[in-house]
Write a protein that binds this ligand. Structure first.
Ligand SMILES: Cc1cc2nc3c(=O)[nH]c(=O)nc-3n(C[C@H](O)[C@H](O)[C@H](O)COP(=O)(O)OP(=O)(O)OC[C@H]3O[C@@H](n4cnc5c(N)ncnc54)[C@H](O)[C@@H]3O)c2cc1C
Length: 292
């Protein structure tokens, strides 16, 4: 199918893009990589009257690193992140998840900001941004605000963005020392959306005692499911045993209410989520212990 008729405007600067969004509000959509927007327009699930192309706004793309934080422009493409040695070294969770997203052709065009704003429930990056404690810088013609990733996702394909707002930048705090992380997912085929996925991060203190655990799932709810509370039992433990990790997995399974789909029943999603919690926590703990 072809999309419904729309007006195309190429923004020449961030200010121009924000002024156009302020003028057209919900009638307009930003065009980033187009890898979600164009299919939904072709299926006529979205019929924006105006497309504001932000691909020419260079200040929206790129990665900046300091000792304390890393800023990723919303228009930074997945491929740029895959090729960024600093991102791979600082945030192995991102590096591990990127190859699971779609296919190379889609990753050449798709952007981190577009992915987060599309807010697909099965999408990897929303869960990873919550697990990493990301802050999202949001701008409009009237000013800026910063929102934790955990408050950005409100439901399936729904975010906290107002009609005149744009996601401009994602800021990631540096991971604490002695942290290990792991991302795993199960999908029917490589590149498909996840039936279930889990991002885990374990932090140990100087005596190798567990001081923090983050556990966020994708694909099993309307938005990223923060299951960190289920892992609180691991805090303060010097030796995290397989039995303790199994208990966490069971607690996560009990709290989930997966939607089920033609690809997987809710029961299968819950089973897979439990298996992945066990495997990611075990690997993240091992990586934290051995400094990987
Ligand atoms: C075959 C296929 C398989 C895929 N598999 C996966 C997968 O496994 N995992 C996964 O996560 N994704 C998958 N995707 C989606 C892909 O990752 C998209 O690229 C991504 O979700 C959207 O990024 P984009 O830059 O293309 O955004 P666009 O498609 O351009 O935009 C998406 C939405 O976000 C809005 N938007 C874009 N940028 C901004 C901004 N800066 N501020 C405010 N709003 C903005 C747009 O207006 C639009 O509503 C797949 C896509 C395809 C076609």
């Amino acid at each position: 199918m072809k999309p419904a008729a729309f007006r195309y405007i190429a923004a020449t600067s961030l200010g121009h893009a924000l002024a156009l969004k302020a003028e057209h509000g919900d009638e307009a959509k930003f065009l980033a990589g187009g890898q979600s927007l164009m299919p939904t327009m072709n299926f006529r699930l979205a019929r924006p009257a105006v497309l504001i192309d932000i691909n020419g706004v260079n200040e929206l793309a790129g990665v900046r690193c300091s000792d304390h934080a890393t800023q990723i422009g919303a228009l930074t493409r997945y491929r740029a992140l895959e090729r960024d040695a600093g991102i791979q070294a600082r945030f192995p969770l991102i590096g591990e998840a990127l190859p699971e997203i779609a296919h190379p052709q889609i990753r050449n065009r798709g952007t981190l900001g577009g992915n987060l704003c599309h807010a697909d429930p099965a999408s990897e990056m929303p869960a990873i941004m919550v697990a990493l404690g990301a802050s999202l810088r949001i701008a409009s013609a009237h000013g800026e605000r910063v929102l934790p990733a955990s408050e950005f996702f409100l439901g399936g394909l729904t975010t906290a963005l107002a009609p005149d707002e744009m996601l401009v930048e994602i800021e990631l705090p540096a991971a604490p020392a002695r942290s290990g992380s792991c991302f795993m997912e199960v999908a029917r085929r490589r590149g498909d959306f996840a039936i279930a996925g889990v991002a885990a991060m374990v932090t140990l203190d100087g005596d190798y005692i567990c001081s923090n655990v983050r556990l966020v799932l994708c694909g099993v709810g309307e938005m990223p499911v923060d299951a960190g509370g289920a892992a609180d039992a691991l805090l303060g433990q010097a030796d995290i045993t397989d039995a303790a990790i199994c208990d966490v997995a069971a607690a996560v399974q009990a709290m989930l209410d997966p939607p089920g789909s033609v690809h997987a029943t809710a029961a299968y999603q819950r089973h897979i989520a439990g298996v992945l919690v066990e495997r990611t926590l075990t690997t993240a703990h091992m990586r934290a212990r051995h400094g990987q």
